[in-house]
Design a protein. Structure first.
Length: 136
């Protein structure tokens, strides 16, 4: 199954003592074409540092995601960011969640699920018809 992976899923997969580690790992393993937005890589850097991971471990994890052929990285373009901004305006959403909407919009435009554990994001996506996946 093809899907866009939210940052929290990758964080839980990385942090072995996190509450959803096993579920995150199993979800990722079941995907045939997992897609990561480049904004997720940025978020990974600061979220993993908040978890107290050492700088070198964060660098290695980011390089692993960049070099791993299993994941496809979707790089942000000027047009894509502009399209997300227009989407936010048209749907009367908040720019406070701009990073979330970039990731969710990626899934929505590809017509594939967004894999996330963010309950608020799941509710917001449900309201506007973006499919989410969190169960095994």
């Amino acid at each position: 199954m093809e899907a866009v992976i939210d940052t929290n899923v990758l964080v839980y997969d990385t942090i072995e003592n996190s509450p959803f580690h096993n579920q995150a790992s199993r979800l990722i393993d079941k995907l045939s074409d997992p897609i990561i937005s480049s904004i997720t890589l940025v978020e990974m850097g600061f979220v993993l540092s908040r978890y107290g991971l050492e700088t070198d471990k964060i660098r290695k994890k980011l390089n692993e995601l960049l070099d791993e052929e299993w994941f496809s990285i979707s790089w942000l373009s000027n047009k894509f960011v502009s399209d997300v901004a227009m989407f936010i305006v048209e749907k009367n959403l908040s720019f406070r969640e701009f990073n979330d909407w970039i990731i969710a919009y990626e899934a929505g435009t590809r017509k594939i699920p967004l894999v996330t554990f963010d309950k608020d994001l799941i509710k917001r996506c449900d309201k506007i018809g973006i499919e989410t996946l969190t169960k095994e």
